[in-house]
Design a binder for this molecule. Structure first.
Ligand SMILES: *[C@@H]1O[C@H](CO)[C@@H](O)[C@H](O)[C@H]1NC(C)=O
Ligand SMILES: *[C@@H]1O[C@H](CO)[C@@H](O)[C@H](O)[C@H]1NC(C)=O
Ligand SMILES: *[C@@H]1O[C@H](CO)[C@@H](O)[C@H](O)[C@H]1NC(C)=O
Ligand SMILES: *[C@@H]1O[C@H](CO)[C@@H](O)[C@H](O)[C@H]1NC(C)=O
Length: 372
């Protein structure tokens, strides 16, 4: 997407850490936040991860969970509040993995299981309520997974049972209303009980090992701010890049909507955060932005239920990178018709007179002609 998305991980994410100095990790641009009890295998800090919760980043930015007896899964999502991890098969054949799933030796458990019978049938009646599992079927046999309690009796002729076993499923039976179509192709949902960080998470704090007693867990507050390393990187970038002031402006604009970003993360209950304190950054702004009356003269639109933003815009504000919601107020730059959250673009324009997307300077002439 925008230039901001490229800069965002470097400027914002590395400077979020718990007050015990354990910081958040990411696999490349993948947005899964990796933090206690999870830790990246190559960032081994005994305080910052719990045994058994190591993840690996693949070279295509995926987070990988390795189960001792069942191989690797890609991580789709981690919910730190409910202590659930959603994983999927790298080869996109979850039923095959479920046939031999064994989570022992890992801290993970599955909450709901259902007895499924895997059948092999040479043909399938048209309109059958069972969907063949494509990745297990071959040119001569369809493979089906049928909840054992719904198994037709007698079995259709020439079908045979491959195996019956309890496989992990996402929820209790009622949730499926008797229709099990596709249930096994959904992601695999695993939970963990130890360490139990639900209390800290529910208090919008981070969990970690107590600094005095390493067998105890404690809650830590969130902190943001430039770490020593962050300051170094910041200095190098400000020295080396041709438009240091512009970059600083971007960072400032990011910060304005940073709370929005955190709010979204909070809504997803992936990360729960107290209002962040942004550490003061050096005041090196040299560009001057537009004055209030010019900014106010740009058209403002309150989004309707459809959340549709006028002009050549997608569903996300390029400054704060959060999605538009109905009733959000957006402001559009007349010349290029690029729109942003009003709060975000106002802050930007006060520091920088150009559109953050296309760098066009709005000209006063067009301003008047487009003014409603
Ligand atoms: C990166 O991934 C590709 C396949 O996606 C693989 O062929 C390659 O060997 C990997 N490289 C490294 C360094 O792991
Ligand atoms: C899982 O694998 C371990 C090691 O091979 C074995 O001891 C254990 O019985 C297996 N558990 C199940 C449920 O198959
Ligand atoms: C297809 O799979 C069935 C088992 O489901 C197996 O018996 C059969 O040999 C396989 N056929 C081919 C062509 O691989
Ligand atoms: C699952 O159901 C089948 C058929 O009802 C039954 O034969 C089998 O024993 C059950 N499996 C287990 C592990 O209980």
């Amino acid at each position: 997407m925008g230039i901001l998305e490229v800069l965002f991980p470097f400027f914002i994410f590395p400077v979020i850490y718990a007050s015990n100095d354990c910081r958040f990790s990411f696999c490349g641009s993948n947005s899964i936040i990796i933090r206690f009890p999870f830790q990246l295998e190559d960032e081994q800090n005994p305080y910052c991860g719990y045994p058994g919760f190591n993840l690996i980043c693949t070279n295509n930015s995926r987070a990988v969970l390795k189960l001792p007896y069942s191989g690797v899964f890609y991580v789709r999502n981690i919910n730190y509040l409910t202590q659930k991890i959603q994983v999927y098969d790298p080869d996109d054949c979850l039923p095959k993995r479920l046939l031999s799933l064994n989570v022992s030796g890992s801290p993970f458990i599955h909450t709901f299981t259902r007895n499924y019978t895997f059948l092999s049938c040479p043909f399938l009646k048209a309109g059958s309520q069972y969907i063949p599992i494509d990745c297990l079927s071959n040119s001569t046999h369809f493979v089906l997974a049928v909840p054992s309690m719904n198994l037709p009796n007698p079995l259709p002729t020439s079908c045979y049972v491959i195996t019956s076993l309890f496989v992990p499923v996402a929820g209790p039976e009622q949730q499926y209303g008797g229709s099990f179509k596709g249930e096994l192709s959904e992601d695999l949902l695993l939970t963990w009980d130890t360490p139990d960080c639900r209390y800290c998470e529910s208090q919008e704090q981070l969990c970690g090992f107590d600094l005095n007693d390493n067998n105890q867990l404690s809650c830590f507050s969130y902190q943001t701010g430039a770490s020593q390393q962050g300051i170094q990187i910041f200095r190098i970038i400000t020295l080396c890049i041709a438009e240091p002031a512009a970059i600083f402006a971007i960072v400032m604009a990011c910060c304005v909507c940073y709370k929005d970003r955190l709010a979204i993360i909070r809504n997803n209950a992936i990360a729960r955060s107290a209002p962040a304190t942004i550490s003061p950054a050096p005041q090196i702004v040299t560009t001057t932005g537009l004055d209030e009356s010019t900014i106010e003269s740009y058209e403002k639109v309150v989004l309707g239920e459809s959340k549709r933003v006028p002009g050549p815009n997608d569903g996300c504000c390029w400054i704060c990178l959060s999605e538009y919601n109905s009733k959000d107020t957006v402001r559009c730059i007349p010349e290029c018709q690029h729109c942003f959250h009003a709060d975000c673009i106002d802050e930007w324009l006060r520091m920088n007179p150009t559109c953050p997307v296309c760098r066009n300077s709005p000209s006063p002439l067009q301003l008047t002609s487009l003014d409603p």
